[in-house]
Design a protein around this ligand. Structure first.
Ligand SMILES: NC(=O)c1ccc[n+]([C@@H]2O[C@H](COP(=O)([O-])OP(=O)(O)OC[C@H]3O[C@@H](n4cnc5c(N)ncnc54)[C@H](OP(=O)(O)O)[C@@H]3O)[C@@H](O)[C@H]2O)c1
Length: 237
């Protein structure tokens, strides 16, 4: 059963809106140490936080971080980024590849590096932060990459369950962080989301669906495609 008591937690994208909340809340739930990883690590006042350099798109950086955090028990794959456009047609090739790197290949790479580190330890777990975009294709390459990550999370869960590593996937709509600064409409507080993620982890759940819109989209996947995308029923003008 995953537990945060005495856990050693690695968090990617720890300087971001959700990442900072995850650092604070894992500690308040009893984690012994948190590796707060970032491309540019920041100083933290709590001595239990170890800032660590990690660019999820750089295999050498990922490998070095796994060596440095050799006592880890829990990995939270939280880092992610928006593409410059939600269009799959207008986006240039470099930006297309870069977004797949940060939102899909990066977290898979980080999981692969940390599996040998965490396997066999009490409370071993991986948390992958996806999005509602895994199931609702409004974000172009962002949605595609988050859908691919969701699938990879499912594969990792099947592969790692027999080894005693619990795998949790997280989906949510907008969260009030710099990433969603442009967005209108209701947003979850990052503190609320972090609490739901850690509640789900400690309850041994496989999935956290953090808001009502995400639960509705998840349910609509069982319907004909037009239920999720009613605009497809409108003829072209
Ligand atoms: N906010 C939302 O509405 C929302 C909704 C659904 C899902 N999500 C997901 O939630 C996660 C956290 O996002 P957030 O809302 O906290 O956004 P955020 O405040 O923009 O934080 C994202 C973090 O990811 C880091 N990052 C970007 N590229 C990286 C790389 N190559 N290597 C390592 N770290 C990298 C950023 O680091 P730098 O500071 O170095 O740029 C930043 O700290 C992401 O996976 C995002 O896709 C967010």
């Amino acid at each position: 059963m995953p537990t945060l008591t005495d856990a050693v937690v690695v968090i990617t994208g720890a300087n971001g809106g959700i990442g900072r909340e995850l650092v604070t809340q894992t500690l308040s739930r009893g984690a012994a140490k948190v590796y707060a990883t970032a491309r540019t690590p920041q100083a933290w006042s709590d001595p239990r936080v170890v800032p660590l350099a990690l660019d999820v798109t750089d295999p050498a950086s990922v490998s070095a971080a796994a060596d440095a955090a050799a006592d880890a028990t829990v990995l939270i794959n939280n880092a992610g980024a928006n593409p410059p456009t939600a269009s799959l047609i207008d986006i240039d090739d470099d930006a297309l590849v870069a977004n797949v790197e940060v939102n899909f290949l990066g977290p898979v790479r980080v999981a692969r590096a940390f599996v040998p580190v965490i396997t066999g330890r009490p409370g071993a777990a991986i948390v992958d932060v996806h999005s509602i975009a895994s199931w609702y294709a409004f974000g172009g390459v962002y949605s595609a990459a988050k859908a691919a990550l969701w699938s990879a999370t499912n594969s990792l869960r099947l592969e790692l369950a027999p080894r005693g590593v619990h795998v949790l996937g997280v989906h949510m709509g907008y969260v009030d962080t710099p990433m969603a600064a442009h967005a209108e409409g209701p947003k979850l507080a990052a503190s609320d989301l972090a609490a739901q993620i850690l509640d789900g982890l400690e309850a041994d759940r496989f999935e956290v669906l953090a808001d009502e819109i995400t639960r509705q989209v998840r349910a609509a996947l069982a319907q004909p495609l037009e239920a999720l995308y009613p605009e497809l029923l409108t003829p072209p003008s």
